[in-house]
Design a binder for this molecule. Structure first.
Ligand SMILES: [Zn+2]
Length: 296
């Protein structure tokens, strides 16, 4: 209604695109811009933790997907806010914003499909997930047209699009969840729930105040949960041996990540590093390092 029109514009009929207010534009930009730096740091962390070629490749794929999602989304929402008169540019970025989601989904599965033990049938999902992402990308072009967005984005397009995301997002999960090693299953499902809750707001972006902003928040929660699982179960070394090896290979850069990981992981690594890496100078004395008596 008129009362809150400063924060939210009038609702639009299903065949038209909702025009966000200044506040909503700002919120849409900020929510994803905020995650660009953390995803670069997080991606680098996985890269430095990699012990073999598959881990390195998977770290690259996943990090590019993660950073790509937040960068493209931020650029699109910034252009849509400040340069909306550039209709063609805005429209292209809108399509790229939708396409990058497919590749983000595929990239999110890559570490699990590449680094976990899979059955003979399930291993096909490694490439099938990229085929599905490509089909989704073509689908974006098929439905979009360069004229006025209002006429070209019918309500059923949004429903089809949503269904495509659900299929691409959930089909590989059947494989991942049937892996013999179930570590990380709960985190994967929790992340999936965040995405699903977010989709409600994505679908009805003109029905609630800051709906698209809320969708962005859920995407960030989902991505964060999945990053945690990938880092914790696929990259974090389970033995000190490997952990020291990583420190040896990247002494300077990895030190800060190592400290961060210790603070998050708590006792596990802390105990290990205290006992060996940060060895006390005088391990035999309970009073710490005493000066020899002759010097007193
Ligand atoms: Zn968005």
């Amino acid at each position: 209604g008129e009362s809150n029109c400063k924060f939210m514009n009038h609702r639009v009929p299903p065949h038209k695109r909702y025009q966000p207010t200044e506040y909503e534009h700002a919120a849409n930009c900020a929510t994803h811009a905020f995650w660009i730096l953390p995803s670069i740091l997080g991606g680098s962390n996985l890269y430095f933790l990699s012990d073999d070629d598959w881990e390195t490749i998977s770290a690259w794929i996943y990090s590019l997907g993660l950073c790509g999602l937040f960068v493209v989304s931020t650029v699109f929402h910034t252009i849509s806010w400040k340069k909306s008169h550039l209709r063609m540019v805005e429209h292209c970025l809108h399509m790229v914003d939708r396409m990058v989601i497919y590749f983000f989904i595929a990239a999110s599965y890559a570490p699990w499909l590449n680094l976990r033990e899979l059955g003979p049938w399930a291993s096909h999902m490694r490439w099938l997930v990229w085929i599905m992402a490509s089909v989704g990308t073509v689908d974006v072009f098929f439905w979009a047209c360069p004229e006025a967005t209002a006429a070209c984005l019918p309500a059923r397009y949004k429903l089809v699009e949503l269904l495509c995301y659900v299929v691409v997002g959930f089909f590989p999960a059947l494989v991942v969840l049937s892996m013999p090693n179930t570590e990380g299953t709960w985190e994967l499902m929790t992340g999936g729930v965040f995405y699903c809750l977010g989709m409600v707001f994505f679908k009805n972006d003109s029905m609630n105040l800051f709906a698209h902003f809320i969708w962005h928040l859920f995407v960030a929660f989902g991505a964060g949960t999945h990053y945690y699982a990938i880092w914790r179960y696929l990259y974090l070394p389970s033995t000190l041996q490997t952990y020291q090896g990583v420190q040896m290979k990247w002494p300077g850069i990895h030190k800060s990540f190592g400290l961060l990981e210790q603070s998050i992981m708590g006792s596990d690594l802390q105990t290990l590093s205290q006992s060996t890496v940060l060895r006390p100078v005088c391990p035999s004395s309970k009073d710490g390092c005493q000066v020899p008596s002759s010097n007193r």
